[in-house]
Design a protein around this ligand. Structure first.
Ligand code: URA
Length: 239
């Protein structure tokens, strides 16, 4: 069951605000009855019409983008910077699932599937996100253990993480660390390293669940196969 205005917006017909206007103006019917109440919840079996024309469901689209540096993860930017949407040719109203910082690169899913988005965004969805961070400092075992067990930032402890030191240049004081987390708090990786006194110089998300960047260069994208979409739903639900 989903709110009527959300269903209309998700269909790609118009924005949610415009959908609310149409409802208030009495232009929307559900199973032949005019509804002017906002927030009414409907099921997938209900028939929606706008101005007497049945609402077509927008086909779902699922994209895996290799986000390059210097692009914002949003659908539009008031500072007129390039967005991840600018990198994709589509007539669908897709949006990014979660966020990668302006200077972070790597795997990003974009879709118009609201259900999958909500499931993927839930902090305990059991979807692993693998990051590789180049950090300043010679990380020792104790610091890596702290990251793995959970650190506190913004008043909340992080869940357990998998941490692996991939490389270290002791002379230059640079470490390459692989970090697997299941949450998606704002600037999570950078803030986790901050708690152990390390600055992240470069950050890349190498994988989301089983989806890695194989075959893609920065700025390129590909469509997920139906099998991959099914597998994503399965991975979340079994979690
Ligand atoms: N953690 C961060 O700090 N930044 C990102 O872009 C993603 C995860």
């Amino acid at each position: 069951m989903e709110r009527l205005q959300k269903v209309i917006a998700n269909s790609g017909y118009c924005s949610r605000r415009k959908a609310e206007e149409l409802i208030k103006e009495g232009k929307v019917t559900i199973n032949g009855e005019v509804v002017t109440e906002l927030g009414i919840k409907i099921s997938s079996k209900d028939v929606i019409e706008i101005d007497g024309i049945p609402l077509k469901k927008e086909e779902k689209e699922y994209i895996l983008l290799y986000k390059p540096r210097g692009v914002v993860t949003t659908t539009s930017d008031d500072k007129k910077r390039k967005t991840v949407i600018d990198l994709i040719t589509t007539d669908k109203r897709i949006y990014p699932v979660g966020r990668l910082d302006y200077d972070t690169t790597g795997a990003l899913i974009l879709t118009n599937d609201g259900e999958l988005t909500n499931l993927l965004m839930h902090p305990r969805n059991n979807i692993a996100k693998v990051y590789v961070a180049k950090v300043k400092g010679n990380l020792d075992k104790e610091s890596l253990r702290k990251l793995a067990e959970g650190v506190i930032f913004d008043g909340k402890k992080t869940f357990e993480a998998k941490v692996k030191l991939r490389k270290q240049d002791k002379k230059k004081q640079i470490s390459i660390v692989e970090l697997t987390i299941h949450e998606g708090r704002n600037h999570q990786v950078k803030k986790m390293f901050e708690t152990i006194g390390c600055k992240v110089m470069k950050l890349k998300r190498e994988r989301i669940a089983f989806l890695d960047l194989k075959g893609l260069k920065a700025g390129e994208y590909r469509y997920l196969t139906p099998k991959e979409v099914k597998k994503l739903y399965y991975e979340i639900k079994k979690g």
